[in-house]
Each structure stands twice: as C-alpha cells, then as structure tokens.
Design a protein around this ligand. Structure first.
Ligand code: PLP
Length: 363
C-alpha cells in the first residue's frame, strides 16, 4: 500500500539513537539544547523550545498568548489541535472560511477584525504554503492582534511577523522525533515563561538550596527526551534533501496529472508536507467511492481536513458549520484529497499513483 505520508529513517538516525541510549541522560539534556539551537538557526527564530508534540507546542503557546474568553480567529481547515488549543485556555475560536489554496482567507479575516474584539489570529501554513508576509504584518499592525502560525506543515523561515510559531515532528512531517514539536519565539520573556511551563511551572536558580526548586505557576511535563532530540538532530542534518525531494515530487505531479487539478500552482516556497489535488465530486459518497477504488489498487489517499467546526464536540459547543457560512470550505471538503508525498516515494511509485488516479477519475 502506498500511503499519503511516511517517515524517512536511515542508518545514521539509528546510530544517533543508539549513541543517545548509551549516554548518561535519556531525558531532556544537552542534545535537546543542541536541537533547539540548530532549529532556531534553521528556522530563523531567536529562541526555540523543543516539546513533546505539536499539540503541546500549541497548548503552551496558548497559555502565554490567551486569557479566558479571548476571541481568536482560526481556520476550519486544520488538524483539530489548532482550534483545541484555544479552547484549552477557555478562549473562543472564531472560524473564518478558506481560500482556493486551502489557507485562511485573509480578506475575510480582515472584515471580521474590523469589529475590534479579536485578540489573536491562529493561522495554519496548510500543506506547507507560507502566508504573504506583507498582509500578515498589515493585519498585525492595523488591528493590534497577536499572531500564532501553526507551522506543522511548513518548514522554513517566515518574515519574523508572528509572535509565536509552532512545529510538529510527528512521523509524516518534514522531520521526525517520533512524537515531538517545537515553539519558535523572538521574545526573551515569553521564552523563559514557556521554558517554565514546559516543566511543571518550576523555577530554579543558583541562589537556592542544592535541591531547591519553586513551582511558580501550573505547568505540564511537555519535555522532549534527549533520545528523541538526538533523532531530531540527525533528521535536521538531512532536511534540505527531504524538502528538495518533496518539491521534485510536487513538480512531477504538476507535470503529469491531467484529469485532476493540483490545489495551487507549483510554488517553490511551499514545503509540500501535503500534495492536495481537487476533482469536482458532487457528493462525499462519490468521493468515498474514489478513495475505495484507489485503495483497492494499493493507494491510500487521505483527506485533510474535515472542517473542525463540523465536529460533534464543536457543534455541541454551539459552533455552526454549513455550506452557506463556509462556501469555500464546503466545496474544498467535497473535492480535495491528499496524494502520496514523502522523500522516499520513487518515480515508479508516483507513475503508478498517477495512472490509477487518471484511470479512476475518467470513469
Ligand atoms: C496543522 C497541524 N497542527 C497541529 C498538529 C498537531 O501536532 P502533533 O501531532 O505533533 O501533536 C498537526 C499534526 O498532525 C497538524 O497537522
């Protein structure tokens, strides 16, 4: 079966893990620190904090950005964790429709910002496509909002506009630490607060007893282990190659898919975590039949994402999702599907995927 995503692990990763296993410290230690320093350099942040998942990164970020009842604009087209992290803080997600390219529609965002009651924008670089810096900067400055970018799909520098960026190192992402994530920030005060929250809200310094520590606020154990960080360092040393491979695969789909349309024009700035295509299915049942036929041929397509605000939990909270309020998301959900893309996908496998798609889409 060819899946939509898969980790790329080689002997160097395995050796790095074995070396870490044989060292004195398995929990957060020097390798985590090194991983954070290297990540910060690579992704263009002054500080980086490695954590146990992308969800943990979002949760801690929400703890420093949001208060109870704050309103936060976000997208229905993401993994649940983006919006859930707003709810963890008892703040309120405000869902806005997406554009043709699957990302939040920033013009609609601006219309909503005009009401003047929004604290923050949680935007997702969906599929790996970064936002236009100019537009984000304009929104941030004009409407005095905080910006969090959920970069679980994007692995690159942004224009330094966001207050916080979060990353995920789940196996299908650009690099993996099994489970894992990171928070990128430029503000020293927020950095120190996040470090404390990652470790139960504990503060220590040299003026204390040798065993001393103070719990100053309620935090969590969201630490990343040294073993996972050793894996992260090994993966990071290969990330440019991984990204180049993803770009090549995306380009090949663009050149060879005829009956289904890529979600957006080939874009060299996209990290291509996902390669999404569209076909004008009229119903979800029709789309499901296509998925089943593809699976019978050995290709496991995926759909990213079911609209978050259509989930029972969100409906129960009073959120409304329908075609009229979210016309783009509605059409996207009917039409979009994610094709296999990962660094070790061979051209033969890609040709096979393309042939099955073209054959089935023609029926
Ligand atoms: C857009 C987005 N945000 C957040 C997450 C959560 O990351 P993790 O699985 O590392 O907790 C994911 C992971 O699938 C994601 O795709």
């Amino acid at each position: 079966m060819i899946y939509y995503g898969k980790q790329t692990i080689d002997d160097d990763d395995a050796k790095a893990i074995v070396r870490a296993l044989k060292s004195d410290l398995l929990t957060t230690g020097p390798k985590t620190k090194k991983f954070e320093v290297e990540l910060a350099k690579r992704l263009g942040f002054r500080y980086m904090i490695a954590v146990s998942s992308g969800t943990a990164a979002l949760h801690l970020s929400s703890m420093v950005l949001l208060n109870k009842n704050d309103k936060v604009i976000t997208t229905p087209n993401s993994f649940l964790a983006t919006a859930n992290s707003i709810i963890y803080q008892q703040a309120k997600p405000v869902f806005i429709d997406i554009c043709e390219n699957g990302l939040l529609d920033l013009d609609l965002v601006e219309q909503r910002l005009k009401k003047g009651d929004i604290k923050a924008l949680y935007a997702v670089t969906f599929s790996g496509l970064p936002f236009e810096d100019k537009k984000l900067r304009y929104l941030k400055e004009k409407y005095k909002i905080k910006i969090l970018i959920d970069n679980a799909h994007y692995f690159g520098k942004d224009g330094g506009i966001c207050d916080i960026a979060t990353f995920s190192f789940h196996p299908v992402k650009h690099i993996t630490t099994f489970e894992g994530g990171a928070i990128g920030i430029n503000d020293k005060f927020i950095y120190e607060k996040l470090l404390q929250l990652r470790n139960h809200g504990i503060y220590k310094d040299d003026s204390m007893y040798p065993w001393g520590y103070e719990m100053r606020e309620l935090g969590y154990n969201y630490r990343l282990s040294d073993v996972a960080s050793a894996m992260g360092l090994s993966q990071l040393s290969k990330v440019d190659n991984f990204l180049a491979k993803r770009g090549d695969i995306a380009q090949y789909y663009h050149e060879n898919l005829k009956k289904v349309a890529p979600l957006y024009k080939y874009d060299k700035n996209s990290s291509y975590h996902l390669f999404v295509a569209r076909y004008p299915f009229e119903t979800l049942d029709e789309k499901a039949k296509f998925f089943i036929k593809m699976r019978e041929k050995g290709v496991a397509l995926q759909h990213h994402y079911i609209p978050i605000n259509s989930q029972p939990f969100y409906k129960d909270m009073g959120f409304i999702y329908n075609k009229k309020s979210f016309p783009q998301m509605h059409r996207y959900y009917l039409e979009a599907f994610s094709l296999p893309i990962y660094p070790t996908l061979s051209t033969d496998e890609q040709d096979f995927v393309i042939k099955q798609i073209e054959d089935i889409a023609s029926i």
